[in-house]
Write a protein that binds this ligand. Structure first.
Ligand code: GDP
Ligand code: ZN
Length: 308
């Protein structure tokens, strides 16, 4: 039978079959996909083929193959250097949840996620939460950040998961899509989902609380349906993302504001550092490329968080 993976716990995969039922599946021994080294062979969002396990309990299955992934969002593995951990696959939209404090979301974190989504041309939506707590200065800072991203093609929503402001707009942005939501622990993911569905919100909270227990616990993503064909994949609170499986020369291709300059630098292997005749650096100096984005770019180069 064909199915989609809704939840992973490391060795069991909750899979929804085309018959509309859920099966608890294990993966057949050799399922390695070519290319990337990952700590999880099967990811939430994967389209799989499975057989009903005759020897197992009712509703159990064995995944025999994974369909080619349209795209995926990957982070560096916490446990194993040089390995990636696929957060989710086959998504239509990446939702990045951002708060200015408690916790503060760094721009580096946002940009690393955006690099991931850009590499597959997955649209991204920035959701600024806890607007009810903002001072005037904080509001200005977040408005400026959102306006910078808007020029790059990323839309924003300003919401308060607590008061409900903007939550309906958020719900509408999920319609007829599979979205993956990511953010640090404490940004308000459970509170937000709880506003839309108290029952699902409680389950999201369990994922979130679990991921707070420490960096050595392995936590996993889970897919939920929030009506009107809106599928939301919740991921455990992420502290740091890391960049994996990307060559230095490739990274600038995933900065939309740099893309138009690529190929015009004097050297065709230009990494846009100190090379003479670099049109990217010139654009930074002219203010056409935001300095903070260029600094994000630099921090991703040379394996600063890559391959460490
Ligand atoms: P999660 O780890 O992302 O699931 O975060 P939670 O939903 O558990 O929220 C963390 C804390 O932030 C809780 O105390 C929430 O009540 C609070 N919180 C979430 N959203 C908002 C908001 O919009 N405004 C305010 N003031 N607090 C919020
Ligand atoms: Zn250059």
């Amino acid at each position: 039978m064909n199915g989609i993976v809704w939840k992973s716990t490391g060795s069991w995969y909750k899979t929804k079959g085309t018959d509309g039922r859920y099966y608890q599946c294990r993966a057949r021994g050799k399922l390695k996909l070519k290319g990337i080294k990952t700590t999880n062979p099967v990811a939430v969002g994967d389209h799989v083929e499975f057989i009903i396990d005759e020897k197992g309990e009712e509703g159990q299955g064995i995944i025999t193959s994974i369909g080619e992934r349209k795209n995926y969002i990957i982070r560096k593995s916490v446990q194993k250097a040089a390995y990636g951990h696929i957060l989710a696959s086959n998504i239509d939209q990446l939702v990045i949840m951002i708060t200015i404090n408690k916790p503060r979301t760094s721009q580096g974190f946002i940009d690393r996620l955006l690099i991931n989504s850009e590499s597959f041309r997955i649209p991204a939506l920035l959701v600024f939460n806890k607007i009810d707590l903002w001072s005037d200065e904080e509001r200005d800072e977040m408005k400026a950040l959102s306006s910078m991203y808007s020029k790059l093609g990323y839309d924003s929503l300003f919401i308060s998961a607590l008061t409900g402001e903007g939550v309906e707009d958020f719900h509408q942005s999920l319609a007829r899509k599979v979205s993956m939501i990511a953010g640090h622990s404490g940004v308000g993911k459970s509170t937000l989902v709880n506003k839309l569905s108290p029952e699902i919100g409680q389950q999201v909270k369990e994922i979130s609380d679990f991921s707070l227990k420490g960096k050595h616990t392995t936590t996993f993503a889970e897919m939920f349906e929030l009506g009107s064909d809106a599928f939301l994949i919740d991921t455990p609170g992420i502290k740091e993302l890391g960049i994996i499986d990307m060559e230095d020369w490739e990274i600038s291709h995933y900065f939309p504001e740099m893309r138009k300059f690529l190929g015009s630098c004097k050297f065709n292997n230009c990494l846009h550092l100190h090379e003479p005749g670099c049109v990217v650096v010139e654009a930074v100096e002219r203010g056409e490329i935001h300095v903070s984005r260029y600094l994000s770019y630099l921090s991703m180069l040379g394996g600063e968080d890559n391959r460490r």
